[in-house]
Write a protein that binds this ligand. Structure first.
Ligand code: HEM
Length: 472
């Protein structure tokens, strides 16, 4: 039985996406040089923080949410004994682990934008609103509150905005900068989104699916280990009161070279047997631009495809596409969530090798899109503010990034990395399975890391405790 979910204590946008009602987002990173001043300021900020509870009556005009880095905990005066209860990777921070994450060459941390990955970013305030002007006004108010506080200043600021949706149906997922519908495939969570279990949950050997335990994403709740442990051990979490209702956040600013992506596809299509550029693009992602999965529709996109329709995400790989002739073994979605593709014959659980590595994605594109038909870079900074939530950064986000996106070993693809992201060293390539197979590449870096942070988004009671001051 799923535990009761205390949504009033979990911050908003974690379990239930704000989505296209709030297309504009600002990420404001504050640095704190005075613990008491920082805590007083945080106390004021906390009052406006949204929870995950259902809205009563009219939807709010905007939302505010807060996360902290490890150096931020120190700046707020949290004792080392408490900090030591957070996970190793959070305490090390993203920059220290960036080479391992594949941030090499043009993505090297030495090239990151000011304020990210240096230890200077302490508190992240995320503002979601209906229009850019409204979010800018909120950020101006936030900046004013920092100016009033002792020892609080902005060290980095980033705006992001959803691009127009991919399909005609209401609720169609918006597009990312390369032009694909993005954000619809999310984990199904028991007690929260059970109806999304087919496709979003764990594929079972009998053909059914089950939703994942909440503790995979929110601390203080049973996770998948707890389910098989009769002692109902709870997953590792920071000491009380910080552990309850919190989640670890991965923030990465990923610049996308859309012109290069288009040129590589256009040039490769000249060699591609069918000469179908859209098919080649779909092979890279594993979905057509409107979100139709290649597994269920290998020859053409379904113009009526609706990501919100029941069952639209309910596909597996081994039953119809074990050899990758529909959706290549190295396609982005097959790597980032292999579902049953890694196999584990003979057991009840067809997704055994992949279901502990799921993430909730909440990325938002930034920068104006490159106009259609343009193949040369116009110098505009554009890409994806990649944000994900998970209970264990090492087991979830880092495993996906390191073992599945940066390496092909798990899929019998040698050192091939994810072609959608490309190699920062310019050596990426991809095999599109078929008779004969088609080779894509070599390619330059389509995606460059411009900076990032590992953060912790506390529950709301924990956030208040942080603002009051945590004892040793
Ligand atoms: C600029 C970089 C990226 C772009 C343009 C991108 C684009 C996409 C697109 C178009 C989809 C398919 C739509 C959907 O399933 O919602 C997708 C799915 C996904 N991506 Fe990415 N992505 C990027 C980076 C990443 C990174 C860094 C990770 C993880 C480390 C990741 C993990 C995932 C996951 C888990 C899915 C869902 C797969 C599924 O459940 O079937 N992506 N991405």
């Amino acid at each position: 039985m799923s535990p009761r979910v205390d949504r009033s204590d979990i911050q908003g946008n974690v379990l239930r996406a704000y989505g296209s009602t709030y297309p504009c987002t600002a990420y404001v990173f504050a640095g704190i040089s005075n613990g008491a001043g920082g805590r007083a300021w945080l106390g004021d900020v906390v009052d406006g923080v949204s929870s995950d509870e259902e809205w009563q009556g009219e939807k709010p005009r905007s939302h505010r949410n807060v996360a902290v880095t490890c150096t931020g905990l120190r700046a707020l005066g949290v004792p080392e004994g408490v900090i030591g209860t957070f996970s190793d990777e959070f305490r090390e921070g993203m920059a220290a682990r960036s080479a391992m994450l594949g941030d090499l060459g043009v993505s090297d941390r030495s090239q990151w934008e000011a304020g990210l990955g240096t230890g200077a970013a302490h508190v992240l305030v995320i503002v979601n609103g209906r229009a850019r002007a409204e979010v800018e006004a909120e950020v101006a108010a936030l900046r004013a509150s920092m100016a009033q506080a002792a020892g609080v200043s902005v060290v980095h600021e980033q705006y992001a905005e959803l691009l127009s949706p991919a399909g005609p149906e209401p609720g169609a997922p918006p597009r990312e900068q390369f032009g694909f519908a993005d954000g619809a495939a999310q984990p199904a969570i028991a007690g929260v989104s059970d109806s999304a279990a087919p496709g979003g949950g764990v594929p079972l050997a009998d053909g059914s699916w089950r939703a994942l335990a909440l503790g995979e994403f929110v601390l203080g709740y049973p996770d998948e280990d707890t389910l098989v442990d009769p002692q109902t051990r709870l997953p590792s979490a920071p000491a009380d009161p910080l552990g309850r209702s919190g989640t670890y956040v991965v923030y990465r600013k990923l610049r996308q070279d859309v012109a290069l992506f288009r040129r590589v596809l256009r040039d490769a299509t000249a060699r591609f047997a069918s000469g179908d550029e859209e098919l080649l693009a779909a092979k890279v992602v594993g979905r057509w631009r409107n979100g139709t999965p290649l597994v269920t529709s290998p020859d053409r996109p379904d113009p009526e495809f609706s990501a919100t329709a029941a069952g639209s995400n309910a596909f597996r790989y081994l039953d119809v596409d074990a050899d990758g002739r529909r959706c290549p073994l190295g396609a982005h979605i097959r790597r980032s969530n292999p579902r049953d593709a890694l196999g584990w014959p003979g057991l009840d659980d067809a997704g055994l090798l992949s279901f502990r590595h799921r993430i909730i994605r909440r990325g938002v594109p930034y920068g104006a899109p490159l106009p259609d038909g343009v193949f040369e870079d116009d110098g505009v900074d554009r890409g994806l503010v990649f944000v994900c939530f998970n209970s264990s950064i090492s087991r979830q986000f880092e495993s996906v990034q390191l073992q599945w996106l940066n390496d092909g070993n798990g899929f019998h693809l040698g050192h091939d990395s994810d072609f959608l992201l490309g190699s920062p060293l310019g050596t990426g390539k991809m095999t599109v399975q078929g008779a004969p197979p088609f080779m894509l590449g070599p390619q330059g870096p389509f995606v460059t890391t411009r900076g990032g942070e590992y953060l912790f988004m506390p529950g709301i009671a924990a956030l208040r405790a942080l603002a009051r001051g945590i004892g040793g």
